[in-house]
Design a protein around this ligand. Structure first.
Ligand SMILES: *[C@@H]1O[C@H](CO)[C@@H](O)[C@H](O)[C@H]1NC(C)=O
Ligand SMILES: *[C@@H]1O[C@H](CO)[C@@H](O)[C@H](O)[C@H]1NC(C)=O
Length: 397
């Protein structure tokens, strides 16, 4: 009897420990890799959830369009609605704010819409709480989403306004927002300001270009054209094997954002140990080519685009700078390198697939080649072998 009770208690305890562990693991594990193989944007647009006499419209549990909305605080909006605001779920948990915005959404009487004192913002306005605002890749996802939603909602993306629902410190990428879109500003909580068309946008992590399994990313080429046009960069590079242009991206330690100080002493991962040797090896294979090294954070976006649209072969360690695969000419080839301590991530392999450019990847598996401060030595044989493959692929028939 006593033993049985003891055993039962043990079983209960064990169950608590097991369940607790499972919960902890679930709670602590990072966002699962997204495995979407389709992105049914058109279907979301065809089947909106409409409420509040049309002042609230939500699409695919990903984005929403509010009419005559006010921004009451950095987390609170209001919308004219004579009854309760609808219950609606977005497909985000903590990684995006839309679920919280929905929970906080305040109704106000529709009769207030005609308020004479009100200051109407007529331009369609996208509200965005930026994710990793200093990071080119994640910001590209945000830009893409504004373009995408504009496209399917029949808006001219060049003419939409952007409101940042965050107070991230200034970043070199901020300028690009203003080049691509119309007015760009941090949220204002002005009681009198009424946004005739306010869009809670798809979050950056849910951008189709962040779903690496998609066979095609919707409007990928249109977005590329939109981006290059906004910068007035033309895209007419032809392949000439006697005049190849090879660009090598170099990564340096620099402060992208203040919090970086607390991460790895502010050191940047995935740097080349032997930059000069790598360039020499590239030149030894591509004897006819111009080889240029670039440090992207020291260049304006305009200059980056000018280089990338003229690049036949792009070489670099895995990192946000490889987002420029998007802007390469269609005949280009990419060679992406990963250190031993990093996963073989497919972000830019997917970009290459969608863009139709040839991709080669290589991961260091030899610990001897890893050095303090996140420097990786790339052996001559690795560089030459890949360069020969690239040359053969493009320029030897
Ligand atoms: C909103 O602003 C307050 C300070 O005014 C800040 O403490 C809070 O973190 C902000 N919330 C979000 C989600 O940005
Ligand atoms: C969008 O607006 C820009 C700026 O006014 C204009 O140059 C462009 O032609 C417009 N695009 C379309 C598709 O109407």
């Amino acid at each position: 009897m006593l033993i049985r009770r003891f055993r039962n208690q043990h079983a209960v305890l064990l169950a608590i420990v097991v369940i607790g562990t499972i919960c902890m693991v679930l709670f602590m594990s990072p966002q699962p890799l997204r495995q979407e193989t389709e992105y049914p944007l058109d279907e979301w647009v065809r089947t909106p959830t409409i409420d509040c006499h049309g002042h609230f419209r939500a699409y695919g549990h990903e984005f929403a369009w509010l009419q005559y909305s006010h921004i009451l605080s950095n987390t609170t909006f209001s919308v004219p609605c004579d009854s309760k605001v609808p219950a609606y779920n977005f497909r985000y948990s903590i990684e995006g704010p839309l679920q919280m915005w929905m929970g906080n959404l305040m109704p106000y009487p529709t009769t207030y819409i005609t308020d004479q004192d009100s200051n109407y913002v007529t331009a369609p306005t996208f509200v965005i709480k930026r994710i990793e605002a200093h990071n080119l890749y994640h910001t590209l996802c945000e830009w893409m989403n504004v373009f995408l939603v504009s496209k399917v909602m029949k808006l001219n993306a060049s003419l939409v306004d952007i409101v940042w629902m965050d107070d991230r410190p200034p970043s070199p990428l901020d300028d690009t927002w203003t080049v691509l879109f119309d007015n760009v500003y941090i949220y204002k909580t002005d009681e009198n300001l009424v946004y005739k068309n306010l869009i809670w946008n798809i979050i950056g992590y849910n951008s189709p270009i962040n779903f690496h399994n998609l066979p095609a990313a919707p409007y990928f080429e249109d977005f590329r054209d939109f981006f290059l046009k906004a910068y007035g960069v033309s895209d007419e590079k032809r392949l000439d094997c006697n005049k190849l242009k090879i660009t090598v991206i170099l990564r340096k330690d620099y402060m992208t954002h203040p919090e970086r100080k607390d991460l790895f002493n502010g050191l940047v991962h995935r740097k080349f140990k032997n930059e000069d040797e790598i360039v020499d090896n590239v030149k030894s294979v591509f004897t006819q080519a111009t080889v240029e090294t670039v440090i992207l954070e020291q260049m304006s976006m305009f200059d980056q685009l000018k280089v990338m649209t003229q690049t036949d072969v792009l070489i670099g360690m895995h990192g946000a700078g490889m987002s420029h695969v998007m802007f390469l000419p269609a005949h280009a080839v990419v060679f992406e390198i990963f250190p031993q301590y990093w996963g073989f991530l497919r972000h830019f392999k997917a970009f290459a697939r969608w863009r139709g450019v040839k991709y080669f990847g290589s991961k260091n598996e030899d610990l001897k080649n890893e050095f303090d401060g996140f420097y990786t030595y790339i052996p001559s044989s690795v560089v030459r072998e890949h360069c020969q493959k690239i040359l053969k692929w493009r320029c030897m028939w």
